[in-house]
Design a protein around this ligand. Structure first.
Ligand code: ADP
Ligand code: TRP
Length: 331
């Protein structure tokens, strides 16, 4: 049985991109693997240093994990900071992580650009913390979206370097994994390639959005003046809307609007109204479950506690063995 590990930073609500790119895979994978899914609250401090609502953000993601169908009986669901062994492995991996390779990381370069006033050491070593998250459970597979591939590549580097340096065959080299092969990328409403909350809040529809919020965002989605000749290829922003239609609406609806487009008779207002309605129908059950879970602090507390215990058991075993391999001995 494969060991699967993945995490989501606790920086706000989950959007449709997170769901289709990551969480939906978690839900499928928990059936047949040994899964560890966690909320990366240490990682969230790299970009949200004064976390006024750290606790609430963690609770939100836990509620949303559960509402999406993650099952604490099938998978180990935990909060990263409940497992301090991760921090020790992070420290040990940092001893053999080099400035050059960390500086070359795309996400680091991106952060230098987006938050020039807070280029902290943990941003630089984000990949070693992520590697620690993964290899602490000796994972084989890591379900994540395409944007995380480079971090996984670095995880393999750190794992194999550890094995080589200490002459052991201890850590497996984990691979990025997408259930059913196809890497899914949910496009943004702003005409951008990727729905993302970090880039532009309004490009994203959150699982928690009310029908009213969904309608407003979809109606504001970027479009153009419409095609002037029949059967033309669609510009990116229009392609995005059609991709969303393909995911959330019936195939009849998709065909209907696609034909209108090809005949230059498309009215984006009608298309958007339909799309908003279909997304609302899709997300309604998630939202309802979230409302119930949000009120059940006793249950949430129990889930987090059981998850922490199971995750710590696995993590502590790894730390014991790693200390042994490196050569720490008690006097
Ligand atoms: P954001 O870009 O909104 O800040 P995160 O970086 O927190 O999202 O991503 C969390 C997870 O969701 C990652 O595994 C990432 O690959 C996946 N993900 C995020 N946006 C998308 C998207 N638009 N399509 C597919 N997967 C996505
Ligand atoms: N870097 C991931 C993201 O931004 C979150 C994350 C942290 C993660 N640790 C992880 C993902 C370990 C998979 C495995 O989405």
């Amino acid at each position: 049985m494969d060991i699967v590990v993945s995490g989501i930073r606790s920086t706000g609500n989950l959007h449709l991109g997170n769901y289709f790119g990551a969480i939906r895979n978690f839900v499928k994978m928990q059936e047949e693997n040994h899964c560890y899914f966690f909320i990366a609250d240490y990682h969230s401090l790299t970009t949200h240093p004064t976390p006024a609502n750290l606790h609430q953000s963690v609770k939100t993601v836990l509620v949303e994990f559960l509402a999406c169908g993650l099952d604490p009986e099938k998978a180990t669901l935990y909060i990263q900071s409940d497992v301090p062994e991760v921090a020790e492995l992070y420290l040990l991996l940092n001893m053999n992580a080099y400035l050059g390779e960390l500086e070359r990381c795309t996400s680091f370069k991106e952060k230098i650009r987006t938050q020039p006033n807070n280029v902290n050491a943990a941003l630089l070593t984000y990949p070693t913390l992520m590697a620690a998250d993964i290899i602490i459970h000796k994972a084989h597979k890591v379900p994540v979206g395409k944007d995380q591939e480079q971090h996984l590549e670095m995880t393999r580097t750190f794992a194999s370097r550890f094995n080589r340096m200490y002459g052991v065959d201890y850590f497996p080299e984990p691979v990025a994994y997408n259930f059913g092969q196809e890497l899914v990328k949910i496009p943004g409403l702003d005409g951008g390639q990727k729905m993302s909350k970090s880039d532009n809040e309004n490009s994203a529809i959150f699982l928690a959005d009310s029908p009213e919020a969904i309608r407003k965002k979809v109606m504001k989605a970027v479009t153009d003046a419409g095609p002037t000749e029949p059967n033309q290829p669609k510009p990116q922003a229009i392609e995005n809307i059609f991709q969303l239609l393909q995911i959330f609406s019936s195939s009849d609806t998709y065909t209907h609007f696609n034909e209108l487009y090809n005949r230059c008779e498309i009215r984006y207002g009608d298309l958007k109204k339909q799309l908003a309605e279909d997304i609302t129908t899709y997300t309604r059950p998630f939202r309802e479950r979230m409302e119930d879970l949000e009120r059940d602090d006793v249950f949430l507390g129990r889930v987090a506690k059981i998850g922490a215990e199971k995750a710590r058991e696995s993590a502590a075993k790894t730390i014991r063995e790693v200390r042994e391999i490196i050569g720490f001995r008690s006097m």
